[in-house]
Design a binder for this molecule. Structure first.
Ligand SMILES: NC(=O)C1=CN([C@@H]2O[C@H](COP(=O)(O)OP(=O)(O)OC[C@H]3O[C@@H](n4cnc5c(N)ncnc54)[C@H](O)[C@@H]3O)[C@@H](O)[C@H]2O)C=CC1
Ligand SMILES: O=C(O)CCC(=O)C(=O)O
Length: 431
């Protein structure tokens, strides 16, 4: 990929603009993040030393409502990455018609190297540093890569300590006992399952004749793999950061999930070593997983996995992006030429933020819903918007990604124009 992640991400916007009629003012505003904050977070480590961590929060746009988006803990977190993730959140929330703008946060670190107490001090320190930038009506946090409900609980508690009142709606993805929602922990994978299961029949694909490979076996990837396997799809390969496993006849996903909860890594469920070939199972690398001869490929780990280097080798016919930004724009062009359908992140992984919206609504109303109600509402939204994206892509003969942006930009453009430009100063005078 040439250029930055953000320049690559925003090239998708440029492509979609050809098919929408929104004002030049609105287009100009969508090119820049509204506000960005970089913070240094001092943390006292268990050995008594002081370590400074770099943290970020970007609110890309809040025209349709408060900023909304997760917080990532990963060694590769940078201001460019967080800006790109906040950009995607803006279009994702508009696409799902949620009353939110887009935001994202992150801290540059390898969380596996910190003790639980260090992680808690870091998470509370992050909230101390960004407290004036966030709030239930301003910018609302949630989990992302290597953050979880325990961390969300600490963050919500720290914000409440600062405000001297209980503020559950500043963070979603919290533990149930702190005002979390039923179904938020499984929402991203469940939402992705609804999208996949509603779109594949358009290609006459039935579960029993559809093979699937899933890269990334975390909160999002493990749930979608499990639901697909339960629905009768043949999930032949899964992987995590340490590598993956493959079997032609389909893996026992529920058993692998159980194993991963208790151990580190998933290859070891079948193989003692990272390179193995036991019975019908064999270990595979993450790179190999992407190019397997399967019907459906689900990248569910990190950005920039499908690039100009490997796009030509992809054999899957359908890609459903559960990760944010797994495909570069150069790769997109190659995949399109090969006739591969890529269903984009801003649609496929939007189940997480949709149930976050339900959590926020429940926190503000004080009335809590059952899991069945949550999943019914989630399914209705995901299937409705997936259908709209599909119809737009056929109508204009454009890729599902461009169609998703067209749909989101129309909603965003309308909101931006309705709000006006707020240009108080014309010719040096205030109006
Ligand atoms: N958690 C959520 O609600 C949402 C997550 N997403 C996106 O889904 C993706 C995964 O996030 P989560 O599942 O939440 O994170 P997670 O932290 O629960 O899991 C990440 C998984 O990816 C694996 N992984 C890390 N590096 C890898 C690599 N190089 N190759 C293969 N696997 C690798 C890890 O081992 C782990 O299994 C990210 O792109 C995230 O932004 C999108 C929407 C919502
Ligand atoms: O649940 C949320 O608010 C946001 C989840 C997220 O970070 C994402 O969709 O990428």
């Amino acid at each position: 990929m040439s250029g930055t992640l953000f320049s690559d991400a925003s090239s998708r916007l440029e492509r979609a603009l050809k098919y929408v009629s929104i004002s030049d003012d609105a287009i100009e505003r969508l090119k820049y993040p509204k506000a960005s904050l970089n913070v240094s977070i001092p943390v006292r480590m268990d050995d008594g030393s002081l370590r400074i961590f770099q943290g970020y929060r970007v609110r890309y746009d809040d025209t349709r409502g408060p900023g909304k988006g997760g917080v990532r803990y990963h060694p590769n977190v940078s201001s460019d990455e967080v800006k790109s993730l906040a950009f995607w959140m803006t279009f994702k929330c508009a696409l799902l018609d949620l009353p939110f703008g887009g935001a994202k946060g992150g801290i540059t670190l390898n969380p596996k190297e910190l003790s639980r107490a260090e992680l808690e001090r870091l998470s509370r320190g992050y909230i101390e540093a960004i407290a004036d930038f966030i709030g239930p009506d301003v910018d609302i946090l949630a989990p992302d890569v290597y953050t979880n409900e325990m961390i969300m609980g600490w963050m919500m508690d720290q914000y409440s300590v600062i405000q001297r009142k209980i503020c559950p709606a500043v963070v979603t993805g919290k533990p149930l006992t702190m005002g979390g929602s039923q179904g938020r922990d499984t929402a991203t994978g469940t939402g992705a399952f609804y999208v996949i299961h509603s779109l594949l029949p358009k290609f006459d694909k039935k579960p029993e004749n559809t093979t699937v490979a899933v890269q990334g076996f975390g909160n999002a990837g493990a749930v979608v793999a499990d639901l697909l396997a339960k629905a009768g799809y043949k999930v032949v390969a899964v992987s995590d950061s340490r590598g993956g496993v493959y079997t032609e006849n389909g893996l026992d996903i529920a058993a692998i999930r159980q194993y991963k909860r208790e151990h580190k890594g998933i290859t070891a469920f079948y193989c003692e070593d990272t390179v193995c070939n036991i019975g019908e199972h064999r270990s595979i690398s993450n790179e190999e997983l992407l190019t397997l001869d399967v019907d459906v490929l689900i990248p569910a780990a990190l950005e920039n996995q499908i690039t100009a280097e490997n796009a030509d080798k992809i054999q899957a016919r359908y890609i459903f992006e559960v990760a944010n930004g797994p495909t570069t724009s150069e790769a997109d062009r190659i995949l399109e030429e090969k006739g591969i359908f890529v269903f984009p992140d801003i649609l496929v992984n939007a189940g997480g933020v949709t149930v976050s919206y339900f959590e926020w609504v429940q926190n503000r109303s004080g009335l809590y819903w059952r899991l069945t109600e949550i999943n019914e509402r989630l399914k209705e939204r995901m299937v409705t918007e997936a259908e709209k994206v599909w119809v737009l892509s056929r109508e204009f003969d454009i890729s599902p990604r461009t169609a998703a942006y067209v749909h989101a930009i129309e909603r965003l453009g309308e909101a931006l124009d309705a709000k006006g430009t707020r240009d108080y100063y014309i010719n040096g005078k205030m109006h």
